[in-house]
Design a protein around this ligand. Structure first.
Ligand SMILES: Cc1cc2nc3c(=O)[nH]c(=O)nc-3n(C[C@H](O)[C@H](O)[C@H](O)COP(=O)(O)O)c2cc1C
Length: 217
């Protein structure tokens, strides 16, 4: 299954929503970007807080500024990425590393009410787990519309507060991911992944979960 077209079925969406880092410059209508954000908000939300926040950036000047920061951070990360990533993945990551500023749109995702380190109901893992399903929904909604995207964190790992200030995001919002969004110049396809029997277990860790019957997804 390999196509640049919108996907029609949930299985195709799930199995072909891989990282798409090479994007065409064609603009993505703001209504479509709003649809992606709406789809994101259909995700589960811890304690019904709906504390996710999304900043859609389609101003080329702002995207360029963010792209310059990203390229700066990528140069720091380049040696480690080059040494640790498989060759093809590194080439793709390096492309986005220097070209994030050319994406037609970015969606910056964060959340309010981030915990301050105290244990309990506000624990950090629950807070994070409350934002990430929305990010994945956004990825899948993009794929369903024939749009490519990639979950990225490098920009935030290197320049969280700089990004927050540049976008006028208040200090109580902690940023989690940046998703460049655009029509892909490559093709969607099933990503290479370890088999279920290597990563899944039945009843007891170490007892492999049998691989499912082969599908053509
Ligand atoms: C938490 C997380 C952070 C990521 N950060 C980045 C990033 O900063 N830059 C990037 O190019 N890809 C990033 N990725 C995407 C992965 O590199 C990508 O999923 C991996 O290369 C597999 O690609 P595939 O889905 O096309 O097989 C991130 C993925 C996750 C889950």
């Amino acid at each position: 299954m390999s196509t640049v077209l919108p996907a029609t079925g949930i299985t195709e969406v799930l199995y072909t929503a891989r990282a798409m880092r090479r994007l065409r410059p064609d603009p993505v209508p703001v209504e479509v970007l709003a649809e992606l954000v709406e789809a994101a908000t259909m995700a589960p939300t811890a304690s019904y807080r709906q504390n996710w926040r999304f900043v859609v950036v389609n101003d080329p000047g702002v995207i360029d500024q963010l792209g310059q920061i990203h390229a700066r951070i990528f140069e720091f990360a380049r040696p480690l990425a080059s040494a640790t990533l498989p060759e093809g993945v590194f080439r793709s990551v390096a492309h986005l590393g220097t070209k994030l500023g050319e994406a037609p749109a970015l969606v910056v995702v964060g959340g309010t009410e981030a915990p301050d380190g105290r244990a309990g109901i506000q624990a950090f893992r629950t807070w994070y787990a409350g934002i990430l399903p929305a990010v994945q929904n956004l990825i899948l909604a993009a794929r369903a519309r024939g749009l490519g995207t990639t979950l990225t964190t490098l920009l935030l790992e290197g320049a969280h507060d700089e990004v927050r200030d540049l976008l006028g995001i208040p200090e109580d919002v902690v940023l989690v991911a940046v998703l460049p969004v655009g029509y892909p110049s490559g093709h969607f396809g099933r990503p290479p992944r370890l088999p279920v029997s290597e990563v899944g277990f039945l009843n007891h860790y170490g007892t492999p979960l049998p691989d499912p019957p082969k599908s053509d997804s």
